[in-house]
Write a new protein. Structure first.
Length: 318
């Protein structure tokens, strides 16, 4: 799907150019859930779209009682999934805020995920929501062979998801985040897991981006020559491989994968590959995500700096 042209302002909507999802988000804000049901049910056979849509809808619904009301009034797989996603987001937010209610909310979320998984057993999305909660506990499953640091973690849960969908994007990102330093992991473990998972993935897969995600996560602006890291041959090779093998497939997506494109554009820009970065920015159209730019300062300012360096238009007031 073509993202559309840049018309002078960034669009920060996570729905991006998924028009049906954008309309469903508007309805959710207005307290209506029928269109949310429709867009989730329509995506039952497309796990990537179902995961994306359910997460975006949950982010809109999390501050209201819509998910609970929908589940009470018209229970079913879609209502159960949204409730699981909403409960997951609430538990993670409380944990990140250090709120003492996080334990109770995590238990509610776990129960909601289990209910959603029973409603539609072939759907990996409820299991992915459980995986997101895994960083709140201490899973000690042994790592498979091939990892230098052999970090323990929720490997069994992750393996179950992979049996349902071997290349599930969100599952891989959620799993990697368990090993981030800010979630109680270590730099060595996150590097190890990112490399392990990306090397398993096909050359044309967006999962090849995982080491670049770990690179941003590990960014320390006070380190010597921190911003030159992306100019190292290994990272240029990683970014260029994704540019050559994955970017041509983006036009076939049902919605523009803004976050993945942003990580690729950022890596190419930092590697001083402006020509290639320009093509990635063009594929993004007007859509923007706060990551990875927010790791380096104000996201709008950082994105504008990168676009301007690539000779692309920027917001009129920038």
């Amino acid at each position: 799907m073509a993202a559309g042209s840049f018309e002078g302002q960034y669009v920060w909507s996570p729905a991006a150019d998924d028009r049906a999802l954008a309309r469903a988000c508007m309805d959710v804000r207005a307290g209506r859930y029928l269109s949310a049901h429709d867009v989730l049910k329509e995506a039952r056979e497309d796990f990537e779209v179902r995961a994306h849509r359910s997460l975006v809808l949950a982010s809109v619904a999390a501050d209201s009682d819509l998910a609970e009301r929908w589940l009470a009034e018209e229970p079913g797989p879609e209502a159960a999934l949204l409730w699981a996603r909403v409960a997951m987001l609430r538990a993670l937010r409380m944990a990140d805020a250090g709120d003492r209610r996080q334990g109770a909310l995590a238990r509610i979320a776990q129960t909601a995920c289990e209910r959603a998984a029973k409603e539609l057993p072939e759907d990996p999305t409820p299991w992915v929501a459980q995986l997101a909660l895994a960083r709140l506990g201490r899973h000690q499953d042994p790592a498979p062979q091939g990892l230098l640091t052999a970090p323990t973690g929720p490997w069994y849960l992750f393996a179950h998801i992979l049996r349902l969908d071997p290349w599930h994007r969100e599952a891989h990102h959620r799993f990697l985040s368990v090993f981030f330093t800010r979630h109680g992991g270590s730099s060595g473990a996150s590097w190890d897991v990112a490399a392990f998972l990306s090397q398993r993935a096909p050359a044309h897969s967006p999962l090849r981006l995982l080491p670049l995600v770990a690179l941003v996560e590990d960014y320390n602006p006070s380190a010597l020559l921190a911003d030159r890291t992306w100019e190292q041959p290994q990272w240029i090779s990683t970014a260029m491989g994704i540019y050559r093998n994955w970017l041509p497939r983006v036009a076939d997506y049902r919605f523009t994968p803004v976050l993945d494109l942003a990580y690729l554009a950022h890596a190419l820009f930092m590697a001083k590959r402006e020509f290639e970065a320009r093509e990635v920015f063009t594929a993004m159209g007007p859509y923007a995500s706060r990551m990875p730019w927010s790791a380096f300062g104000d996201p709008a300012e950082q994105l504008t700096k990168a676009r301007r360096s690539c000779g692309l238009p920027v917001p009129h007031d920038a």
